[in-house]
Design a protein around this ligand. Sequence first.
Ligand code: CA
Length: 230
Amino acid sequence: MKPSILIVEDEAALATMLRYNLEKEGYRVAEAGDGEEALTAVAERKPDLILLDWMLPSLSGIEVCRQLRRRPETRELPIIMLTARGEEGDKIRGLNTGADDYMTKPFSLPELLARVRALLRRTQPVPQKGQLAFADIVMDLAAHKVTRAERAVHLGPTEFRLLQFFLQHPYTVFSREELLNAVWGPDIYVEPRTVDVHIRRLRKALNGEDGADLIRTVRAAGYALDLEGA
Ligand code: CA
């Protein structure tokens, strides 16, 4: 079955245009016109991905995102924020709230569709077996679970793929561009700073209160998984 997408948008014309084009691609589509409705629709329909407008009546997109990330059942739900704001600070704030991607209106439809495809690919990976491990981190690929020193680590879809990539190539320094290519895919333009946001989220989830930091920042070069920073 094709993935289902929830459009959360209060501009009716934009919502209709998005629905038309997503259905044309074969997706199943549901709509919500405000933040409260969005939370209800997520609980009832369990979509595979949300297009979430930032400026919404009743509850802002940021608040919806925050609430979804707090709930275990929607912690990993892929979210693309749509916004009229174009400030870099807003973008980082959006990503820090837990969104997986971010598009500024007016956006190009082919680009939006490409990002939807890329994010779904990232979050519905080809089933894999086995385990990856480094120091006290264990990633179970079949169960899609991560533990650190036997404590469960909850990661969003992008952080999971980032960690998987690092675990497959320990002790290797990757530039932001290399990480973007490997994790987001080469067909997508994402600003390199976005990588920093996801690395921060990955570190926070992995390290908890007092875990040693196993992700090393290499100034002007990028990031590596190794024991030097620990
Ligand atoms: Ca709006």
